[in-house]
Design a protein around this ligand. Structure first.
Ligand code: KIV
Ligand code: ZN
Length: 401
């Protein structure tokens, strides 16, 4: 475990740093760009949520991105989150990032370069030795501007392990305090993460003096699983976004990682500073700002995450919610779970709904109403409270006729 990290000091062994990149990688999702005012609102909300590091943007990308990072940096003192600006390995990128984060109480420069054979040959057209020299040069320059420097091996999960170790060693020697090994294209399997993190941490001199970070894309739907595997193999920083937004299929979802660690604490033994009851509110704010809602079945924050429709599940939940809920809705910001009435619902949920709506029916009336409800549910996808009221009111009229 890294001792005396410039921003986090001596961290407890079980602590995982949450590095939120909603405002940088997340904003790279097509159609998700945010203006300055929206980014500031998101940053406030992320700070209240308890994110430790906010990657606020890519300052050289545009004047707007620079202004956003700088304004967010101005907004937070030493007690707030670390404010991070992204930079490629070019001097101009690093100087621009340094300028943008300067007002922050705690600021970080995050510099990266590709290390996979494919990216170096096709994209960078640089040799191994040139990339190694760029790692040393970029980290050294960044360290002239802040003590808190993160270095990332872009396409790290598809990089030859020997070369990856040489790059990580160069970055540590030049003064990087966080080393990030991204699965840039979402190609890795959990066992790849275990192998990569274990090997790099074992083989690279000085590895025990830095924090290892994991950054996973979701192209195969494995971003959260890979994140958990990396944590188990020694990563102490997780890079993630609200609602899992990000390039292509997105990044690991912050809310899923935080709740996996909280819910499976015994198995994983790691904690975060995330104030989980604020999760839903932050997710909703992002959806409102970007105009993109999450899918109904999205873990934790989707509208069906705590909704039960089948009779068997509803009966269980009415007896004891833990039969079908592994966390409470309140623990992530919902006020309650919901028993949705549909064709799979049972008598217990129907009776419960009637009671909540103020109806007390005798056994015969209840049976009749339930039969008519099932007929209706076959025709309608969801039966709303108003449908139930109409159905029972009609039943009462029919019985009085
Ligand atoms: O996915 C990636 O590799 C990145 C880097 C810039 C960290 O976003
Ligand atoms: Zn990324």
């Amino acid at each position: 475990m890294a001792q005396n990290h410039p921003s986090f000091g001596n961290m407890a062994d079980d602590r995982v740093i949450i590095f939120d990149t909603t405002l940088r990688d997340g904003e790279q999702s097509p159609g998700f760009s945010m203006n300055l005012e929206e980014k500031l609102r998101m940053a406030e909300s992320l700070a209240e949520l308890g994110a430790d590091v906010l990657e606020a943007g890519f300052p050289i990308a545009s004047p707007g991105d620079f202004d956003s990072v700088r304004s967010i940096a101005q907004r937070f003192s030493k007690d707030g989150p670390v404010i991070c600006g992204l930079a490629r390995s070019a001097d101009a990128d690093i100087l621009r990032a340094a300028e943008a984060i300067k007002p922050a109480g705690r600021g970080r420069i995050h510099t990266f370069i590709s290390t996979s054979e494919l990216h170096m040959r096709v994209k960078l057209r640089m040799s191994n030795e040139e990339v190694l020299a760029a790692v040393t040069r970029s980290v050294t320059l960044a360290r002239n501007h802040t003590d808190d420097v993160e270095w990332s091996a872009e396409d790290g999960s598809r990089t030859d392990l020997d070369f990856l170790c040489r790059c990580v060693e160069a970055a540590i020697k030049a003064g990087a305090t966080t080393i990030n090994i991204p699965d840039t294209v979402g190609y890795a399997l959990p066992e790849d993460m275990t192998r990569i993190f274990t090997m790099v941490r074992e083989r690279v001199p000085g590895a025990d003096g830095v924090i290892f970070s994991t950054h996973n894309h979701n192209d195969l739907g494995l971003a959260v699983a890979n994140t958990i595997a990396a944590i188990r193999a020694g990563a102490r920083q997780v890079e993630c976004t609200i609602n899992g937004i990000g390039e292509r299929a997105g990044n690991a979802a912050l809310e899923e990682v935080a709740m996996a660690l909280r819910t499976r604490g015994n198995a994983i033994s790691r904690t975060t500073n995330i104030q989980t009851p604020n999760i839903l509110r932050t997710s909703r704010l992002l959806a409102t700002i970007t105009g993109f809602d999450v899918q109904p079945n999205k873990a934790i924050v989707g509208r069906n995450a705590f909704a039960h429709e089948s009779g068997i599940h509803q009966d269980g939940v009415l007896k004891d919610a833990s039969t079908y809920e592994i966390m409470t809705p309140e623990s992530v910001g919902w006020t309650t779970n919901s028993l949705v009435l549909g064709k799979h619902s049972g008598r217990a949920a129907f009776r419960d709904k009637l009671k909540a709506l103020g109806y007390e029916l005798g056994d015969n009336a209840l049976n009749d109403a339930f039969r008519r409800f099932k007929d209706l549910a076959d025709r309608k996808k969801v039966v709303y409270d108003e449908d139930v009221s109409a159905l029972v009111d009609d039943e009462v009229v029919r019985q009085n006729d």
